[in-house]
Design a protein around this ligand. Structure first.
Ligand SMILES: O=P(O)(O)OC[C@H]1O[C@H](OP(=O)(O)OP(=O)(O)O)[C@H](O)[C@@H]1O
Ligand SMILES: Nc1nc2[nH]cnc2c(=O)[nH]1
Length: 185
């Protein structure tokens, strides 16, 4: 399928900016101090969930000033579409997880299936403690587990399809410098 770059450009121009770069960065700094209080002496292993978690995790890591290891996992459920399907593991964790404290970082907690599956995987692999941090929690009543929350949450957003700061629209605009909502979604 060929991609219509005029459409991609138009999507950005018509989108609503929900959070500016400054607002997102402020939320990430606040999360970093909350995470530091809980994990600073636990030698955690911090995973970015690719692709969407790349920007958030990268920014967050630079605000965590204590010993930790960082790596990534790649799991996807949306595959460049705007509604979710079955979780596909593209790259499972490469580290030994037994007895480790794990922090999983992702861009968005939407229905929560992705994060729940990754948490379950880490627990089954023998992790001592598994915590999660998400940049944005989308507010609606379709969570995989009723009342599901992340241990650390940066921002909340309404029930619309969003992109920017790592999150894509049809594979594009992960580089958008804030969090934007698609017109009409
Ligand atoms: O809470 P959920 O409804 O499970 O959705 C959240 C997940 O969806 C997105 O990933 P996606 O599958 O789109 O892959 P991507 O990270 O490569 O964009 C996002 O990065 C989260 O990992
Ligand atoms: N880009 C993007 N990915 C998602 N994955 C789950 N929800 C969303 C969303 O609103 N935007």
């Amino acid at each position: 399928m060929s991609i219509d770059l005029d459409h991609i450009q138009q999507v950005f121009e018509e989108a609503d900016c929900l959070y500016t770069r400054e607002e997102v960065d402020g939320a990430i700094r606040r999360m970093a101090s909350e995470i530091t209080e809980v994990l600073a002496d636990k030698n955690p292993l911090v995973f970015a969930v690719m692709n969407g978690g790349l920007v958030f995790c990268g920014k967050l890591l630079t605000h965590l000033h204590f010993p930790l290891e960082s790596s990534y996992v790649h799991a996807t459920r949306y595959r460049n579409t705007t509604s979710g399907g079955d979780l596909e593991w593209k790259v499972p964790p490469a580290h030994e997880l037994k007895d480790r404290t794990i922090l999983i970082t992702d861009d968005i907690l939407d229905e929560g299936h992705t994060l729940a599956a990754i948490v379950d995987y880490c627990r089954e692999a023998g992790a001592k403690e598994v915590m999660t941090a998400v940049m944005v929690d989308k507010l609606h009543d379709r969570k995989a587990k009723p009342g599901q929350k992340s241990d650390f949450t940066g921002l909340e957003c309404e029930d619309r399809y969003i992109f920017g700061y790592g999150m894509d629209y049809q594979g594009y605009w992960r580089n958008a410098p804030g969090i934007y909502a698609l017109k009409g979604h």
